[in-house]
Design a protein around this ligand. Structure first.
Ligand code: AHM
Ligand code: MG
Length: 340
């Protein structure tokens, strides 16, 4: 087998092809380096003293989403902030764990890009040693803006110039797009480098596998109820085939499986999260995953609209999510549109 190429070499070649500029190359390298540090912290587990909830004894630390923060949520956020502050490639940052966005502080120079991230997605899985991950999205800072504010980040997913996630699983992998395909890099722990292990991931168009939290079934909207009922009816039902189900409850792990072998992932609207617009966050979760999925030949939707065309109205906006194998996402969307 020929020697796989490193992330650094991949990025330099993308630069030579005119797909990215040096600033964006640096940005991706810095995020990847931060992910290696997070991977080390996650990998230490109980030995690192980083499991459990953040906050003082008996007093949980609550983030802007109203959720209890884990120690590793806080640590991962700090690692990403510290790594990205000084390089001169960013104008500002926004995180799922922070109330408002943050312009790059003095005395560091400000660059042309905005970085958004969910520092440790699926963190409720940390204490049970199930895969978690970092998700990130890169936008351009609007022209003429020297000190970006929240509204400067409110760009549709089509405006993303790069997106990716790092999954901390049995192996640590970085899955990345700079708008020219979706590629997977595996961390060589001995060398300390991400190595390109799958160039041009492709999601099979058809599938027999779905991912959804079935315990919410009774709270779903009627079109979602009808769609899943038809999947569950199997080969004797209207779909004429049996479906398998998987739900890790860690979006990076579920999406990684779908990028690898196909399937449909869905976190639909339900009556518990309807007032918030959904469970998953548009800017930190849905948009970057949707770009990765589309770049791998899949589709991503809110159930009613292409995800990447949603015009955001707030930084922490939530949305219903359907993504994965194109033909299956189209069918799920059809159930919603026929119902409306
Ligand atoms: P988080 O950002 O607070 O970790 O929440 C997002 C996670 C996703 O990774 C996962 O798909 C979903 O929440 C699981 O939700 P549920 O526990 O309702 O099944
Ligand atoms: Mg999350």
């Amino acid at each position: 087998m020929s020697q796989p190429i490193s992330l650094t070499r991949y990025l330099i070649e993308e630069e030579r092809h005119g797909h990215i500029n040096p600033e964006l190359r640096l940005l991706v390298e810095v995020v990847a380096r931060a992910c290696k540090r997070i991977s080390i912290a996650v990998g230490k587990g109980a030995l690192g003293g980083v499991l459990g909830d953040a906050g003082e004894a008996g007093q949980a630390s609550i983030n802007v989403q109203g959720e209890a923060q884990k120690k590793l949520d806080v640590l991962s956020n700090e690692i990403l902030l510290e790594a990205n502050a000084w390089g001169g490639h960013l104008a500002g940052l926004a995180s799922e764990e922070m109330t408002t966005s943050l312009p790059i502080p003095e005395p560091f120079p400000r660059g042309r890009y905005l970085l958004l991230f969910d520092p440790l997605d699926g963190s409720s899985n940390i204490d049970v040693n199930v895969s978690v991950g970092t998700i990130f999205s890169v936008l351009r800072c609007p022209d003429g803006v020297s000190e970006p504010r929240d509204e400067d980040f409110l760009q549709p997913g089509t405006a993303q110039v790069a997106a990716g996630y790092c999954i901390y699983g049995p192996s640590t992998m970085l899955v990345l797009t700079v708008g020219h395909g979706t590629h997977a890099f595996t961390l060589d722990r001995e060398v300390g480098s991400f190595m390109l292990t799958t160039r041009g991931m492709r999601i099979p168009e058809e599938t027999r596998e779905f991912a959804v939290n079935m315990s919410n079934q009774r709270f779903w909207e009627p079109p979602m109820q009808a769609y899943i009922a038809d999947l569950l009816a199997g080969k004797d039902g209207p779909r004429g085939k049996d479906f398998n189900m998987r739900w890790v409850a860690s979006m990076v792990a579920d999406v990684h499986r779908i990028l690898t072998r196909g399937g449909i992932f869905s976190y639909p609207l339900d009556s518990k999260c309807a007032a918030k617009g959904g469970k998953l966050r548009l800017m930190y979760e849905a948009n970057p995953m949707s770009l990765l999925v589309e770049q791998a030949g899949g589709a991503a939707s809110t159930g009613r609209q292409r995800m990447l065309e949603v015009v955001p109205t707030s930084l922490h906006q939530r949305v219903p999510v359907f993504l994965g194998s194109k033909a299956e996402v189209d069918i799920a969307v059809d159930y919603h549109l026929r119902h409306d």
